[in-house]
Design a binder for this molecule. Structure first.
Ligand SMILES: Cc1ncc(COP(=O)(O)O)c(C=O)c1O
Length: 344
């Protein structure tokens, strides 16, 4: 529970753990714009080492991390190849056009991923023609916003294709630890097939604020300057970095529990008459179902749950999504499913 309620809207609703609060209270801090914040410096060093990259940069949000990547990789008017349903395209308010002046070239996912042959077809090969924009970046998510995980093999293949045309790859790894947990691999193994990656600490990992951008030293130096342009040069961020350290080093190891709880939720939801549950879509902490012939509409279900101290989102494109996290126990899943059973 969070503040007395079962909140299934997203893993972003997680609040800092007691250990994080304690670490934040005692954190050594300094002015990070001067490079003086020892805890932020330590967090960035930990992240760089963890992901096998030369350097890392603390930023306030996953959106800023992605946008800094685009802003740093791409020159105004150049193109980025992306899946059409990804966060950068659909949930960052058009920022890539506003900040980097990037032209977005979207690929329709097939079975959750951009087909390699379409990526290759979309890469601009002959830019000697003055009409043609240059492809400056290929980007995708892992795990994606629909909770689907891309394999290491896929990551390797995208990188090999990008290397063939000398194009960098940015992975939106907002939930990279969820993906690594599902695949049973170290995040370093995944990160080797990216030039840059953004990693969120404020989703399933419970930090209050923060994302990390990793890449080469040269890239991160440039991104640090661009972070300043965006007003993201922060001062005593060690308070946040202290929680971030616990997120990366400890909370990243417990995501299997959330995934197992999500699987349990799928099993229990299948008892509810009228709804259609999608077990095959449950890979990480996200559970998807349609209301079908269930007696309550989406709005009615949201209100009914709220009356019973359960917070859920209404359907999106006909699909309901419940998300498990550190503050959702098996017993609370039973409470939610029993509430639904009571109305069937
Ligand atoms: C895949 C993905 N990328 C990026 C973000 C952006 O993170 P933030 O909300 O911290 O800006 C989200 C947010 O949920 C996300 O799901």
């Amino acid at each position: 529970m969070i503040n007395g309620k079962i909140d299934l809207r997203s893993d972003t609703v997680t609040v800092p753990t007691d250990e994080m609060r304690q670490a934040m209270f005692t954190a050594v801090v300094g002015d990070d714009v001067y490079g003086d914040d020892a805890t932020a410096n330590e967090l960035e060093a930990i992240a760089a080492e963890m992901f096998g990259k030369e350097a890392a940069l603390f930023v306030p949000s996953g959106t800023m991390s992605n946008q800094l990547a685009v802003f740093t990789h791409v020159v105004r008017g150049e193109e980025v190849i992306l899946p059409d349903n990804c966060h950068i395209v659909g949930h960052e308010a058009g920022a890539a056009a506003i900040i980097a002046g990037a032209q977005i070239r979207t690929v329709q996912n097939v079975a959750g991923e951009m087909p390699l042959e379409i990526i290759e077809r979309y890469i601009r090969k002959d830019i000697s023609d003055i009409h043609v924009p240059r492809t400056a970046l290929i980007s995708y998510e892992n795990a994606d916003s629909d909770g689907q995980v891309r394999t290491v093999e896929y990551m390797k293949n995208v990188k090999a294709l990008a290397d063939k045309y000398d194009i960098p790859v940015h992975v939106d790894g907002a939930r990279i630890f969820n993906a690594a947990t599902v695949l049973g691999v170290d995040v370093k193994e995944m990160a080797q097939y990216t030039d840059t990656m953004s990693i969120c600490m404020s989703k399933g990992l419970c930090a209050p604020v923060g994302s990390i951008l990793v890449g080469s030293k040269e890239f991160i130096d440039k991104a640090r300057r661009k972070r300043k342009i965006l007003g993201g040069g922060m001062r005593q961020i060690g308070f946040l970095a202290a929680a971030g350290k616990i997120a990366l080093l400890e909370m990243s190891k417990r995501l299997g529990e959330d995934h197992a709880n999500a699987k349990y939720m799928v099993e229990r939801l299948q008892e509810v008459k009228g709804i259609t549950v999608y077990p095959e879509r449950q890979q990480i902490s996200m559970v998807f179902f349609e209301l079908g012939t269930y007696p309550l509409t989406s709005d009615e279900l949201v209100s009914y749950m709220a009356e019973n101290n359960v917070i859920i989102n209404g359907q999106d494109n006909g699909m309901m999504r419940y998300v498990t996290h550190n503050y959702v126990s098996k017993e609370e899943i039973d409470v939610v499913v029993d509430l639904m059973l009571a109305k069937q």
